[in-house]
Ligand binder design. Structure first.
Ligand SMILES: Cc1ncc(COP(=O)(O)O)c(C=O)c1O
Length: 421
């Protein structure tokens, strides 16, 4: 997280600077119709609920009439405006240029697309560095692209005891043959936030590009992709209260150097060159509304949307981390629970097992008490292998997002506590 991710008025928990915050979780929860169903939604790391404003924006776009882009009539112009607005919104969320925002169905699809385009410029003996902390969507596309061209894959290892991804190892992993370093800004199960800025600096010093998976991180705090040193920053709107739309943000000049597979008839300009087929135009309106929603989490935030997003996400992060102290403290105090991950910088994401019960059984016990959690490897394939839990059902994930409250946490702790009785 760059210094610009921490607004002066708010709090930057990573830097330990306390300040005044404005976050009213009761007000925020009332914006989400789905939360009224009485369930504790602790499955946000797998996908969040959406606020009314997002639902209205998607319905409103359809109601207003939209057409395919490039037409001579107003409905087509409305879709073009939605695409442009969506690029501006995502750029405001992560810190980037609208013309560098590539939109697509999800992060995985876009990463495969980018991996193929980048690997077209790799030669046998070139190297890529991936990490065992990462979601498989930021591992397998690179491993498979490397195999196709005879490039070598180097692995950054996780410390299983802490869940840290030590940045120092990249001094050894990155060489003059490294073409790309792929790393996650936060683990989707342990919450670990590696020192991405240091890792990217090491990559850049060797002339390598960096691909940062921000799918988990972007939901949990302010993002400044440029300050991180991310040449590519990937995110997915369904993790931050939006619809199922993914985006990869890069410098438009960098995108100009790549030639992805595309139809002869589709636009050759950047970023459209990377976008295949027709976009979900109504959903793009939902992405814009989701960014507006995030920008409004701290109602006291003022100024341009980018500034309001940074302030609001800092307030949301502080709220999540305060709740997480109760969640992780409560779990760690239970003798029948084993928690994974103790990284110094992390998101509010707990990963744990319960003695005598498989992770799936725990999830079912919680579901019966209307507490929604995820269980299993959660696509953290290499990590669950490194932790030696993948073959035993991995663990249970309870992830906090900004709409969770103390009641959600207490309900989870009570239900897990019952399993030790
Ligand atoms: C950290 C992380 N990276 C990548 C992905 C894949 O994202 P998508 O579903 O948009 O392909 C996920 C989804 O859970 C994730 O949590």
């Amino acid at each position: 997280m760059g210094a610009s991710g921490c607004p002066q008025r708010g709090v930057c928990p990573q830097r330990g600077v306390a300040g005044r915050l404005s976050f009213d979780v009761g007000r925020v929860r009332a914006l989400y119709p789905a939360l009224a169903d009485g369930h504790a939604y602790l499955d946000g790391a797998a996908g969040t609920q959406v606020p009314e404003a997002v639902i209205d924006a998607i319905a409103g776009a359809s109601r207003a009439g939209i057409g395919n882009v490039g037409g001579a009539f107003p409905a087509s112009g409305r879709s073009e405006a939605l695409v442009a607005e969506c690029r501006r919104a995502v750029a405001d969320l992560v810190g980037g240029e609208p013309d560098g925002v590539v939109l697509g169905p999800n992060m995985t699809t876009l990463t495969y697309r980018l991996a193929a385009a980048l690997a077209a410029g790799w030669a046998p003996g070139d190297e890529v560095v991936v990490s065992r902390l990462d979601h498989d969507a930021n591992v397998r596309p690179w491993v498979q692209a490397a195999a196709r061209v005879g490039a070598v894959v180097r692995w950054a290892e996780v410390d299983p005891a802490t869940g840290e991804l030590p940045a120092g190892q990249y001094d050894r992993l990155v060489t003059e043959r490294t073409r790309l370093v792929a790393v996650g800004a936060a683990s989707n199960v342990l919450g670990t936030r590696p020192d991405v800025a240091a890792i990217c600096a090491t990559a850049h010093a060797a002339g390598a590009l960096t691909y940062v998976d921000g799918v988990h991180a972007a939901a949990h705090g302010p993002v400044d992709a440029a300050a991180l040193g991310a040449d590519f920053y990937a995110t997915s709107a369904y993790k931050w209260s939006g619809p199922h739309v993914g985006a990869v943000v890069a410098d438009p000049a960098l995108l100009e150097t790549l030639r992805p597979d595309k139809l002869a008839s589709s636009p050759d300009r950047v970023p459209e060159r990377f976008e295949q087929g027709t976009s979900p135009f109504a959903d793009l309106a939902g992405v814009v509304a989701a960014v507006e929603h995030l920008a409004s989490l701290d109602p006291a935030a003022a100024g341009p949307r980018r500034r309001r997003v940074l302030a609001s996400m800092a307030a949301a992060e502080a709220h999540e981390l305060e709740l997480f102290a109760a969640l992780s403290g409560g779990l760690e105090a239970m003798g029948h629970v084993t928690t994974y991950g103790k990284a110094a910088r992390r998101t509010a994401t707990a990963y744990f097992t319960v003695a005598g019960h498989s992770p799936r059984q725990v999830a079912e016990h919680l579901a019966a008490r209307r507490v929604n959690v995820w269980s299993g490897h959660c696509y953290a394939w290499e990590l669950t292998g490194a932790l030696a839990i993948r073959d035993t059902g991995s663990a249970v994930r309870a992830g906090l997002v900004h709409y969770n409250d103390r009641d959600d946490v207490d309900r989870l702790l009570d239900a897990v506590g019952e399993l030790g009785d």
